[in-house]
Design a protein around this ligand. Sequence first.
Ligand code: ZN
Ligand code: ZN
Length: 125
Amino acid sequence: MNTRTASCACGQLRIVCEGDPELVALCHCLDCQRRTGSAFGLSAFFKREAARPEGSEKTTRRLGDSGRGLTFHFCPDCGGTVYWEPELRPDWFAVAVGTFGDPTFPKPEKAVFEQRAHPWAKISF
Ligand SMILES: [Zn+2]
Ligand SMILES: [Zn+2]
């Protein structure tokens, strides 16, 4: 089975994920743009029993556009968000795909919040 480790930029906060993600999705929402500092967010969803966080972390919670809460886990040293808990799917962790540092990571299957997309960043699947 594939084991992949995601980590923040300084490597202190990690999450070890077993097997392939349940879902990989690209999100154009403004919260993802602000969280990443980039034009969109990429999330990989793993069942909680398949993902093991390591290292110290801080958390922050906000409401998503769905009205459900999201609790983000980030590194207190470098500030990078590595994973979060979507209350919409309480049995899953979402992991920021870029934190795997792996260009061979499975590609996204869908895009959401396309109405917020930068026009050049619309990606068709
Ligand atoms: Zn860090
Ligand atoms: Zn988003």
